[in-house]
Design a protein around this ligand. Sequence first.
Ligand SMILES: [Fe+2]
Ligand SMILES: [Fe+2]
Length: 278
Amino acid sequence: MSKTKLKITILVDNRAQDGLIPEHGFSLWIDTGPTRILFDTGQGPALVENAAKIGIDLGQTDILALSHGHYDHTGGIPHVLQASRKAKLFCHAGVVQPRYALRNGTAKSIRIPKASMATINKLSEENLQWVSRARLISKDTGLTGPIPRETTYEDTGGPFFLDSEGRRADLIEDDLALWIRTSHGLVVCVGCCHAGIVNTLNHVFRVSGTNKLYALIGGFHLMNANKERLERTMAALRSFAPEMVIPSHCTGEKGTKILRDALGDRIVLGQSGICHTL
Ligand SMILES: [Fe+2]
Ligand SMILES: [Fe+2]
């Protein structure tokens, strides 16, 4: 168990505290003491401005971990890896593939931006760590790797495809979560949680060797969730008994309201600028 103080700050979120920029995207700064981890980068502009205003030096990044390869989590890669030459990038190899959201017959590319791809292509072997299975990235901190889809009621949460004609569904197999073991229990960080909250937490419990959940933070992608998914997700969350849940980014208003009904004041609304120390 880590004795050092852990400090987690939301740098990019769809909502922002006064003076900071809101952006459709997500990024978390995780300072474990010895190691500074950036989990996702948002689209880029909000990350740079919010970090400067909050007083976080992205040049201190030791590890950049990506939850998955969508544009709203990966646009800041060039800035971060230019600011910090020592930073190691950890992500699933699937983050680089072309992918689309299809709505009303129109395909929109939602893949990693070109500039981020070019930056990844230039990384040395040592600075690019593909994550194909669960692994530690620093002391008491791990990435889940691909998350088995075990529940019957969770899906990726949107009309996601690997081609612009909508022939091949994108299961977003690169989706992963970051977990930190603390003296209070696990802190679990997710990007969009395309694997589903329950699948994600069950896998974190398995790979971390503990099922004491302290906090869950990130986008839960519940905006399109049906009644069965919402009810069964809330029942599972109540049984996991987290002390704090911070719904952010793509959780959606409906999902956030239902979380509040289920978990009351254990819900803290996510927005860039909020910071939690433990
Ligand atoms: Fe997202
Ligand atoms: Fe996503």
